[in-house]
Ligand binder design. Sequence first.
Ligand code: KIV
Ligand code: ZN
Length: 512
Amino acid sequence: MSDQLIIFDTTLRDGEQSPGASMTKDEKLRIARQLERLKVDVIEAGFAASSNGDFDAVKAIADTIKDSTICSLARANDRDISRAADALAGANRARIHTFIATSALHMEKKLRMTPEQVLEQAKLAVRYARSRVGDVEFSPEDGYRSDVDFLCRVIEAVIAEGATTINVPDTVGYAIPELYGHFIKTLRERIPNSDKAIWSVHCHNDLGMAVANSLAGVKIGGARQVECTINGLGERAGNCSLEEVVMAIKTRRDYFGLDVGIDTTQIMPASRMVSQTTGFVVQPNKAVVGANAFAHASGIHQDGVLKARDTYEIMRAEDVGWSANKIVLGKLSGRNAFKQRLQDLGIQMESESEINAAFAKFKELADRKSEIFDEDILALVSDESVTTEKEQYGYVSMSQRSETGERPHAVVVITVDGKEMRGESDGNGPVDASLKAIESHVKSGAEMVLYSVNAISGSTESQGEVTVRLQHSGRVVNGVGADPDIVVASAKAYLSALNKLHSKADRVAAQG
Ligand code: KIV
Ligand code: ZN
């Protein structure tokens, strides 16, 4: 059995299914580039048949990314598989990942199909997928809660049809590490042709055990592919977290005896990019990527780490890409230094005009903030006005007044399709007044379901990064804005969310 563990990242597919985490094509492409720098083996870029927007995103990623295998999800039917194959046509290495539910509950209540029909459809799907690409993954959805005898029949049949990877999802996060590990082991032992495929684990985190279950699937079950997402992003409690699995395998190589091809120094940039793009803030005590993951507050620990780092540290912060709030650029830094820093941070801009726009934003920021950190640069390039074509709404300027005992008042100037508009309003606070001033023109009717502020680099001198989540007619979108003034950051985040709400690119939930 191979001692290489394949890392299959599904941030752009299963992660994106998380309500509010849907991304635009440009955002997906930017994250895919970062995943390539991270050296993930397989990028599940989306679900091509779910919408035209997702088809375009999968296609753009397949046409651009050269080092990782690009995968599209597809239900077990010819139309889905054909859309996936078309979207993947430009990929260096393409994979179709087809799935159908196999648990009694899902077959009876959701699919309304008999087990024999499901078996037949799974075989046909894999056969057709193999006629379109050489690399086909099959997932029995809700596999962990499926009858083991039936599951063995389905998996044996799809391997015979040419499935090259068999993935066993714990779709609802019900598994327990030891049991899941033995479940995979049993399947591998009982299925006569099991050695013809690579076995994969796909665990959800409903009971907080997605990483533990995945690792048990590897250690006990002999799986050699782990499906995971950056920051554990995903529906409900999320998916297995990539950074935790990778660092567990690396840090405890003595136990697992496996290698991963991941460039771990790209973990933090990837984590920040996904968090800034989706607005899903990483909890401070999150393993590996949380703000406190390498912070030692107690005197005893600090003393120990200063004397010998490994007294309290099992990983090195720099190995996972933490650069301790380095001041990297300032007001006097030139375009070349800025461009170099973008490159060092792994940020690739499409054109010179995009770099010029980002540099202008940087200069604007440096005028107001003397110390510019890496985090500021990452926030700046996440700003939609730098990275995308002309949006419907743009921020121009604002002023607000708030005084003890008086109701705050704001005046905001925005562009609507290039034309300047001025709105004003009172509100409960300056942020409320500013957003109401914008609404006085836009009249979106959207409901705000989340508003959060985060200090990008820790102190009150830092830029505030605001996430706004809006909901309208069943769509949920996130907008993110950054500025040293949190009221301005709020207005930018609100406009960014409005732009997404008004954009045509919509998504259909991946699992129908
Ligand atoms: O959780 C799940 O079952 C899935 C499948 C589509 C692989 O995401
Ligand atoms: Zn899943």
